[in-house]
Design a protein around this ligand. Sequence first.
Ligand code: SF4
Length: 121
Amino acid sequence: MEQRKMICISCPLGCSLEVNILDDDIEIKGNKCKRGEQYGLNEIKDPKRIVTSTIRVLNGKKSLASVKTDKEISKMKMFDIINVINTIQVDAPVKVGDVLIKNIFETGVNIVATSNNDRLS
Ligand code: SF4
């Protein structure tokens, strides 16, 4: 049996989880609610994270704008997503919340701006 310890980051309580893995059986202990159980299962089967990065901006007052995924995405796709973000340029202006890449890799996840970048006048 494999045993892993992790902190549930689904809410500020940060419960300490103990995850016991035996073949296909996964047992979660230490969670105070169902979300913690789901978090532990996801961390074993398909861990997900919000991806943050920067994207190049043409004709902006700054050359970059910060971006993030609008939902958590499988860690296995993180590098592919960052590669796409690194190869794309968007035209200024960029406003916080603008969807700069829609439905990346048909995951249902968008890349949205988290900073403003006004157009050069
Ligand atoms: S198990 Fe529930 S209460 Fe504990 S940190 Fe996760 S979400 Fe919060």
